[in-house]
Structures are given as structure tokens and as C-alpha cells.
Design a protein around this ligand. Structure first.
Ligand SMILES: Cc1cc2nc3c(=O)[nH]c(=O)nc-3n(C[C@H](O)[C@H](O)[C@H](O)COP(=O)(O)OP(=O)(O)OC[C@H]3O[C@@H](n4cnc5c(N)ncnc54)[C@H](O)[C@@H]3O)c2cc1C
Length: 549
């Protein structure tokens, strides 16, 4: 390409047309470990679709043309709907077609592991449309507490033919769900919720209440229903709040505003009010709303870790691609020794994030399909750890990957600059569904509830005696997980367990080089910035593994 004053050269090409699954060795190795007999055909199909130029254009347009609130019609009647660009619908349709929402609950053992891999791959295409997908996936265990409701809605929540129409659930081919917990005065401390639920009557769906109050954040308000926390006479309770009641009338949910967010632009996040006429049906025991909705929150937390791992892989891929095409000081950037160090370090982080998130998904799968006590403990402990650590590493990762592209990394150019979009998206996974401190404190709660020491000993066994730094850190754990940990040390503990579990997983399903480099760079020294791998690290070996083929 030429301009009138100069030739344009030494600019990297767009990254497009690759099969995101086939090119991801680390993911394939991890899946082979967790699911040796799995049929990869669906992931290959998704990998191809998620990497293609047409879908990438949809991702760009869905983020560029943000959702618009349509609160009233032209005659002044409230309609409370959100309008999306057609590309948003194309992406959400693809996510449901690939079964990333409720479908795994209706499949066989292994479904949650495969779904986790698919979720990471789709994130590399577009993460923000996955918000309603994630909530729809996560709602099933909570909804089961109201068996009649679950029987009525379960099939629709697993439906793979996306149906964006605003109409009663009974006529739709697929349903989506969201959640409303956070209020102005408190999100982490949901006990401060002020939304009131007044008993209205008993119905085929059980106890119905009228809700009055608000939610300060309620994402994906065009979902077909939400789980909502409200105070009833017995205390904070969990309610099923559909957009349409089962008698065919609209259930009033006033959408006041859409949030003007840093990133996550294709997804609508709203502020809503319930005006006293909004009906909610009780899910689970009255007064036990927090544990009830946390059955959902535990799985959206899994998706935060999976989503961050997917974004890391996408950012790494873009950085590798750019550095292999861009020349500086007479060589490709990818051949410059210090850039090799940075890229190899990012590759270690990306693989370790994926490994930890997938391990958590395996424990979810095991719990659903007859898992043992060990998997239950691992699931409980790794949920806050993976959410905390993987998501916390995301923002720094995105910054470093962006810097690999130099100034171009910082430029969006109507959505063509994907790296800038990744950077703006990255922090949200750390904040929503329980911010970092809240996750670290939840780990302390988990430590009080079960024999975590035994479970971790088993989990870490594969790497014991394999690296001195690993053994040193692992030896410090028993005294720190006896249930008396000082709250102020919760982050430090969460980080250390995360790193040890990651190392043990890399020992089991990655290469010797990856395991050794991870131990020396994360367990032996503080990994404060990327690119500190010591002399002697086999950079080329690490980069060859990470390269998207
Ligand atoms: C884009 C987006 C979409 C969202 N979508 C939804 C949604 O669909 N539904 C929904 O219900 N919510 C949603 N949220 C809200 C989100 O879950 C909350 O913002 C989050 O849980 C934090 O709550 P808060 O904002 O009230 O902050 P606070 O609770 O005030 O927390 C502020 C900070 O204090 C820390 N903190 C809190 N307690 C302690 C403690 N005891 N010790 C030490 N530190 C502490 C937290 O870790 C955090 O860093 C969304 C948020 C965003 C940004």
C-alpha cells in the first residue's frame, strides 16, 4: 500500500483465519490430560468459526455500536428494552449454537470441561456477549431448588437456537437468564440489600412476592429472567423474576439507564427498578438467598477465570503475531533477546491461567457427574483462588501484550485495534462476581469448611520433589491453611496456592521446560513484571509451544 508522501511498510498484518483450537497446543495438551477420549470435532469447528474474519468483524461492530436503551415508545409508554447491533445477535447466536450456556447440564460427563475449553476459545473472539451466556450456564444449580420452575425453564435454557424476541418464554426456542444482586449501598455486602419482597400468594411456581426496590448493576437486561435478591420477612431471599409472567403479562422491570462502561461494550449493563408490581417467585428457602444465589455465583466465577485465560491467549497470539512481522533494529522483534523473554513469560502466564481455570471446570464436571469428596473440596477452594489470581493477573498481562505492539497497541481505530479492546475488557473479570479482596476472604471461609490440607497435598503431589522452589513453598502451606489465617494475609495465601496448583498442573500436562521456567520465575522470585526470566531459560522452546500454528 502506498501513500502520496511515503510507502507504508513494516506494519504487521491483521491476525485472521486461524483455527484457534488447532493452534493452541497448551489447551490441547490440557484437554488430553483431563479428557483423554474426548472428540475434538466440535472444538475444531468452533476454533475455525471463532478465528474467521467474518466473526471478527461482528466482534468489532458489536463493540463499536453499543447497545441502546429504548425505555419508552413514541407514544410515551414504557417498553424497557435494549436494542443491539445485528452483529451482537450473530455472536450470541453462535455462542448458543455451540452450547456455551445451559447445554452442558443436559449432556454427559466431560461436558463441563469441553464447555470450558469452548468458552475460552469463544472469548478469543468476543468476551462481552458471553456475559448472558455465562449467567445462563450458571443459573441451573440454583434454579433446581424450585423444581417446578426448573422443569418449565430447563429445556429453554439449554436451547441452542437463540431467540432474541421479547415475548413469553413458552413461545421461545432458547432462553437466557441474568442476576440482580448489587445495589447502590452495597455489592460485596449484599446483606445490605434494601429491595423488599411482600408475599402475594402461592402459585404453581411456588411462593410469589411483589418486589419494590432497585439494582445498581444488572447486566444483560434483555435476558428472559433474572435471579434477584430481596428482603422478605424471613430475611434476604432469592427470587426468580421473569420479563413476562406465566399468565402472559409483562412483569414490570424498569430499565433506568445503561452503564457507560470502560470496556465490555457489546454487553448492556443496566440500572433497574422494581416498582411494587414486579413479581418474583421464591427459589430455595426463604431467608437463605445468599447461599442460594451463590450457587450461581460460583459458576460465573469459574467463567471469570476462563474468560481471562481466553483473553490472555488472544493477547498473547496478537503479540506473537505482531512481533514475528515487525522489524526493529535490523531484526524481527520476535528475534530480539529481550522481547523473547517478555513473550515467553507471557506464554507461561497464559498457559498457567488456562490450566488453573480448566482444572476448576473439571471439578465442576466431577461434582455434577458423581464426583468424589476430593473434587468437591477442590471446587470449593479453587473457585475463589482461580477467580482471584487469574483475573488479577489479567490487567498486567494485557498491558504488557499491548506494549509488544508499541503505539499501535494503544490505538483502537474504530475497533480494528483489538489489543486496546482487550485491555479495556480485562479488568472487569476481576471486579464483577466478587472483587479481589472478596475472593481472597472467601478462600479463608473455604479453609474453615473442609479438609483442605489433605486435598491440596493430593493435588500438589505430582510436582513434589521436582523443583526446589516448589517444595519450599509447598512446605509453608500447612501452617498457613489451618483456618486461622489473618485476613490481611488472604491475598498472599490465595496467590501462593494458585501458583502451586498451577505448577503442579503444568508438571502433569505441559512440558519440562514450561514447568521449570514457571517454577523459577514465579516460585523462586517475585513475578512483579513480565520479562524477568533468568539467563539460561530456553526461550525458543517456550515460544515454539506458544506459537499459534
Ligand atoms: C460491568 C459490570 C457488570 C456488572 N453486572 C452485574 C450484574 O449483572 N448483577 C449484579 O448483581 N452485579 C453486577 N455487577 C456488580 C459487581 O458484581 C459489583 O460491582 C462487585 O461485586 C463489587 O461490589 P461494589 O461495586 O458494591 O463494591 P464494594 O462492595 O463497595 O467493594 C469495593 C472494594 O472493596 C473491597 N471489599 C469489600 N469488602 C471488603 C472486606 N470485607 N475487606 C476488604 N476489602 C473489601 C472489594 O474487594 C472491592 O475492591 C457488575 C459490575 C460491573 C462493573
Amino acid at each position: 500500500m502506498t501513500a502520496s508522501t511515503h510507502e507504508v511498510f513494516n506494519q504487521s498484518s491483521a491476525w485472521s483465519g486461524a483455527n484457534l483450537f488447532e493452534g493452541n497446543r497448551a489447551l490441547k495438551d490440557a484437554l488430553a490430560f483431563h479428557l483423554p477420549a474426548h472428540d475434538a470435532s466440535q472444538l475444531i469447528a468452533l476454533g475455525s468459526e471463532a478465528g474467521c474474519a467474518e466473526m471478527q468483524t461482528h466482534a468489532r461492530l458489536a463493540n463499536l455500536h453499543k447497545p441502546q436503551l429504548r425505555d419508552h415508545d413514541r407514544n410515551g409508554r414504557r417498553v424497557d428494552q435494549v436494542e443491539f447491533h445485528p452483529s451482537y445477535h450473530a455472536l450470541l447466536g453462535a455462542a448458543l449454537r455451540h452450547g456455551l450456556h445451559g447445554a452442558p447440564w443436559r449432556r454427559a460427563a466431560g461436558a463441563h470441561i469441553e464447555r470450558a475449553a469452548a468458552f475460552m476459545l469463544f472469548t478469543e473472539l468476543e468476551p462481552s456477549v458471553l456475559c448472558p451466556v455465562s449467567m445462563t450456564y450458571a443459573v441451573t444449580p440454583a434454579l433446581r431448588a424450585n423444581p417446578v420452575l426448573h422443569a418449565d425453564w430447563g429445556e429453554g435454557l439449554a436451547g441452542t437456537r437463540y431467540d432474541p424476541r421479547f415475548m413469553p418464554a413458552s413461545g421461545k426456542t432458547a432462553l437466557t437468564m441474568g442476576m440482580g444482586m448489587t445495589e447502590k449501598q452495597g455489592g460485596s455486602d449484599v446483606r445490605s440489600n434494601t429491595t423488599r419482597a411482600i408475599f402475594e400468594g402461592d402459585t404453581p411456581w411456588g411462593r410469589a412476592c411483589r418486589l419494590t426496590g432497585h439494582k445498581w448493576f444488572m447486566s444483560a437486561p434483555m435476558c428472559d429472567a433474572f435471579l434477584v435478591l430481596a428482603q422478605s420477612d424471613a430475611g434476604l431471599s432469592c427470587f426468580f423474576v421473569p420479563r413476562w409472567r406465566h399468565d402472559g403479562s409483562v412483569n414490570p422491570i424498569r430499565i433506568l439507564r445503561l452503564k457507560d462502561k470502560l470496556g465490555n461494550c457489546a454487553n448492556a449493563s443496566s440500572e433497574v427498578e422494581f416498582d411494587g408490581d414486579t413479581t418474583g417467585w421464591l427459589v430455595g428457602d426463604e431467608g437463605r438467598g445468599v447461599p442460594q444465589i451463590l450457587a450461581m455465583g460460583a459458576l460465573t466465577r469459574l467463567d471469570c477465570a476462563l474468560g481471562t485465560a481466553g483473553l490472555m491467549r488472544q493477547a498473547l497470539t496478537l503479540a506473537l503475531h505482531h512481533c514475528r512481522e515487525r522489524m526493529a533494529f535490523g531484526k524481527h522483534l520476535a528475534e530480539q533477546p529481550l522481547m523473547k523473554n517478555v513473550l515467553a513469560d507471557l506464554a507461561l502466564e497464559s498457559e498457567a491461567a488456562m490450566a488453573l481455570a480448566l482444572r476448576l471446570a473439571r471439578s465442576v464436571d466431577a461434582s455434577e457427574y458423581g464426583g468424589d469428596a476430593h473434587e468437591e473440596v477442590i471446587r470449593r477452594v479453587l473457585t475463589p483462588i482461580a477467580k482471584f489470581w487469574v483475573c488479577k493477573r489479567g490487567a498486567g498481562f494485557a498491558q504488557e501484550a499491548m506494549e509488544c505492539l508499541g503505539g499501535n497497541g494503544y490505538v483502537e481505530e474504530r475497533g480494528e485495534g483489538v489489543m486496546a479492546r482487550i485491555y479495556r475488557e480485562m479488568p472487569v473479570n476481576s471486579i464483577w462476581e466478587g472483587a479481589g479482596n472478596v475472593m481472597a476472604l472467601d478462600l479463608l471461609r473455604a479453609l474453615r469448611g473442609a479438609d483442605v490440607a489433605t486435598a491440596l497435598t493430593r493435588e500438589l503431589a505430582a510436582a513434589r520433589g521436582e523443583h526446589a522452589a516448589f517444595d519450599r513453598l509447598a512446605a509453608s502451606l500447612p501452617d498457613r491453611i489451618d483456618g486461622t489465617t489473618d485476613e490481611a494475609q488472604a491475598r498472599s495465601l490465595a496467590r501462593d496456592i494458585a501458583l502451586l496448583v498451577q505448577a503442579a498442573l503444568l508438571r502433569r500436562h505441559s512440558t519440562d521446560a514450561v514447568f521449570a521456567a514457571f517454577c523459577v520465575s514465579r516460585l523462586d522470585q517475585a513475578a512483579d513484571v513480565f520479562g524477568l526470566l533468568p539467563a539460561g531459560t530456553p526461550f525458543d522452546t517456550l515460544l515454539e509451544r506458544a506459537l499459534p500454528t
